[in-house]
Design a protein around this ligand. Structure first.
Ligand SMILES: NC(=O)c1ccc[n+]([C@@H]2O[C@H](COP(=O)([O-])OP(=O)(O)OC[C@H]3O[C@@H](n4cnc5c(N)ncnc54)[C@H](OP(=O)(O)O)[C@@H]3O)[C@@H](O)[C@H]2O)c1
Length: 336
């Protein structure tokens, strides 16, 4: 990331710098509930001196989307509301069909896959996959692929996957992505594998579609007090996170969290979405005040997993037999 920004830079500063890139764009953003990074990003780019043309706000609660839409509208930017529940492939398909059917939105310049959940108890979604995997990766993967042609139709298309430095907690568990139907489930490792998947997906998009002008990036926004951890018990659940980090030898296990404000967190979204020097068939991981080529930074989390090949997931999504035919079960959480 540009040396002029630091971990304390706020989104409004980057918005002003990149206003000419923001001007006239159509942005589709998932996960826009008030108090979260998505809402903050939308509100900040709506205040740009040169406005986006349209912000499509997607989420599973219309009421929450409307709350953010009204703030964006007050700043003078048009919005569209899209009901999108990433935890269900049927609902993802329905939302994608709606987007494809909008004749007044021929292109999407920037797609930001921001929505996510973290460290929830073990649960299987309606399609038979663990809920964090479904919501954080499989749902966004399917949605992105279904609306891809509208993204690629843009002049300088860009896809941003909001990942996390939580990727350190797990590579993608190709042989056991469902934690053996929950038997050996760990809520933090499960989150970690989804964030690794977000990054791998960005790498794959850049490699496969860079020649069509697509820029695909992923980012870590920092540690920000949002709604993401509202369900967690600070002592017990974050104690389990520290244990997992220490067990793995990650330096985060011995380090206090350095919290950023929402506005500081959303600055990385703005940079990833609009910074013109991030280009083409390379994928970048953006974090706080540094930018690195994703393929370099992924090496330790993806040991033994094929960096360039997401086919296991693609195959899972294509196989009708694995979509919806496994019996959804509910297990209690095992923690770390
Ligand atoms: N906060 C941090 O410190 C941090 C650090 C690293 C990475 N991140 C990443 O940043 C992103 C945004 O998180 P946040 O911190 O802003 O948390 P947040 O406030 O909880 O926002 C998450 C958003 O995702 C939406 N969402 C959850 N499940 C969904 C589903 N099934 N379908 C559609 N939308 C769904 C939520 O909607 P509801 O309100 O309806 O639940 C909410 O709008 C996530 O991808 C997260 O992994 C955050």
């Amino acid at each position: 990331m540009s040396h002029k920004y630091s971990s304390r830079t706020t989104a409004d500063v980057v918005v002003k710098d990149l206003a000419s890139q923001i001007a006239g764009t159509t942005v589709l953003l998932t996960g826009v509930s008030s108090g979260g990074l998505g809402a903050c990003f939308a509100e900040q780019i709506a205040k740009s001196p040169q406005k986006p043309k349209l912000i499509i706000l997607a989420g599973r609660s219309i009421k929450k989307i409307e709350e953010t839409a009204s703030i964006v509208n007050k700043a003078g930017v048009t919005t569209k509301i899209l009901e999108l529940d990433l935890s269900s492939f049927d609902r993802v398909r329905k939302a994608a069909a709606e987007v494809l059917g909008w004749s007044d939105v021929p292109t999407i310049d920037v797609l930001i896959n921001n929505a996510g959940i973290m460290a929830v108890p073990y649960e299987v979604g309606p399609d038979g996959f663990e809920l964090q995997l479904t919501t954080n990766h499989l749902g966004p993967f399917l949605f992105t692929n279904l609306i891809l042609e509208k993204v690629l139709a843009a002049k300088e298309p860009r896809i941003v996957n909001v990942a996390s430095d939580g990727h350190r907690l797990s590579p993608f568990r190709f042989a056991d992505y469902d934690f053996h139907d929950g038997e050996n489930y760990d809520r933090w490792l499960a989150y970690g594998q989804t964030k690794t998947a977000n990054m791998l997906f960005a790498v794959s998009l850049a490699q496969k579609l860079g020649h069509r002008g697509l820029t695909a990036t992923s980012l870590h926004p920092g540690v920000i007090g949002t709604n993401l951890s509202n369900h967690l018990d600070w002592e017990k659940d974050f104690g389990d996170l520290v244990k997992a980090d220490r067990w793995m030898g990650n330096f985060e296990g011995w380090k206090e969290f350095e919290f950023k404000s929402l506005e500081q967190g959303a600055m990385t979204h703005v940079y990833a979405a609009f910074e013109p020097s991030l280009k083409g068939g390379k994928s970048y991981l953006l974090r706080i005040a540094s930018v690195g080529l994703l393929t370099d930074m992924l090496q330790h989390t993806t040991a033994h997993t094929p960096l360039t090949d997401m086919s296991p997931i693609q195959e899972i999504l294509k196989r009708p037999s694995s979509l919806g035919q496994r019996t959804p079960q509910r297990h209690s959480c095992c923690g770390s």
